[in-house]
Design a protein around this ligand. Structure first.
Ligand SMILES: *Cc1c(COP(=O)(O)O)cnc(C)c1O
Length: 357
């Protein structure tokens, strides 16, 4: 056989996204909602499937969905960009404003896809680091932004995997720094409904800020792959030029629009999960662990005197899957558990007590 073609040189060292999908009874590794959307939503989506013009391309502008999202957030439809999960939103931002010869700043530990997408799209990653308490360190933010003049700077609030929320003052200060060097600030709010405030408040036509949201977590629609961004219309217009035409299928557009008829159900799920998070947090604090306080639907913890990989495997052996974060920058020995149903969380806590005893 002739020589096999190799991928691009700059991809040669890449690992790819690593989150094993192991078949277990209790899956608490990807921060999905443990609760499905309401039956009335499923019925409406089925009806929409039956009346979709399957032989026609979908509405390329996703006008109905964008209008509803705009109304939800009190912005204009041309300030909304929708895509196949917030990962595709982030990838489109990277293709538009990142890429070869440009850098993307982020502050580890944070969501792994921010650096992954930056690298795949050819940008240089300008890495900053959080402090020992895993809070954002504004001195380091200044160092990275002044040193690399990044095209794109990422914040994530609540941050995955720490669960910490950035304050309004912090985000405003980072935005000033970013604008000072002509960059764009992306605030990833995948868990935004759990937070006490949102950077959506700061979005306006004359600020270089976009906020991303997803249907994958609080909306209980991870299977649908739908996410969006709220930002200035001049950013959205550029993203629309870059994204593939007809990238968002008709049924997904309908499902995303219908979901917005069920805001109350979504908010009820958020409050159930917030209460359940308090219960799991309290139980974890009885065990020999370091536990970080979370404002999202997951909790980061570090077993004392036990290898995180061994604990992860021992939980899998008991049919409970959590996320092993010990290979992430600054997180040696750490695991992250998603808040599930009461039953799932009890199974996790029972297994963990057994493993650590
Ligand atoms: C889960 C998650 C997402 C979601 O990505 P989708 O592509 O919308 O499923 C985005 N950002 C963060 C920080 C996440 O944890």
């Amino acid at each position: 056989m002739a020589d096999r073609i190799a991928p691009r040189d700059d991809l040669a060292m890449m690992d790819g996204y690593h989150s094993p999908q192991v078949s277990v009874d209790v899956r608490l590794n990807t921060n999905e909602s443990p609760l499905p959307p309401p039956q009335a939503f499923l019925d409406a989506v089925s009806a929409a499937a039956a009346t979709t013009d399957w032989h026609r391309y979908p509405d390329r502008r996703a006008a109905a969905l964008r209008a509803r999202l705009a109304a939800l957030h009190g912005v204009e439809p041309d300030q909304v960009f929708v895509a196949n999960g917030s990962n595709e939103v982030l990838q489109t931002v990277s293709l538009t404003y990142g890429g070869p010869g440009r850098s993307v700043a982020l502050f580890e530990p944070t969501y792994a896809m921010h650096s992954q997408i930056a690298r795949v799209t050819g940008a240089t990653v300008a890495e900053g680091f959080r402090g020992a308490d895993l809070a954002l360190d504004l001195d380091d933010v200044r160092r990275v932004i002044d040193g690399s003049r990044p095209a794109i700077t990422y914040l994530c609030s609540p941050n995955n995997p720490t669960g910490m929320v950035e304050s309004a003052e912090t985000v405003a200060e980072v935005l000033d720094l970013v604008e000072g060097t002509g960059g764009l600030l992306v605030v990833d709010e995948a868990y935004g409904q759990f937070a006490p405030w949102s950077a959506l408040e700061l979005v306006s036509e004359d600020r270089s800020l976009v906020v991303t949201r997803t249907y994958s977590k609080t909306w209980s629609m991870a299977a649908a792959r739908l996410g969006y961004l709220i930002g200035p219309s001049w950013v959205v217009a550029e993203l629309e030029k870059v994204v593939l035409p007809y990238h968002l299928d008709a049924l997904k557009q309908a499902a995303g629009t219908i979901a917005l008829d069920f805001v109350d159900d979504m908010e009820r799920r958020v409050s159930i999960l917030t209460e359940e998070r308090g219960r799991v947090d309290a139980a974890l604090r009885e065990l020999p662990l370091e536990v970080w306080p979370s404002a999202a639907n997951f909790i980061l913890f570090r077993p004392h005197g036990a290898d995180a990989g061994d604990v992860w495997q021992a939980l899998v052996d008991r049919s409970v899957l959590v996320r092993n974060c010990s290979g992430w920058p600054g997180l040696s020995g750490c695991l992250r558990v998603t808040i599930g149903t009461t039953d799932e969380d009890d199974r996790f806590l029972t297994a963990l007590r057994e493993v650590l005893s």
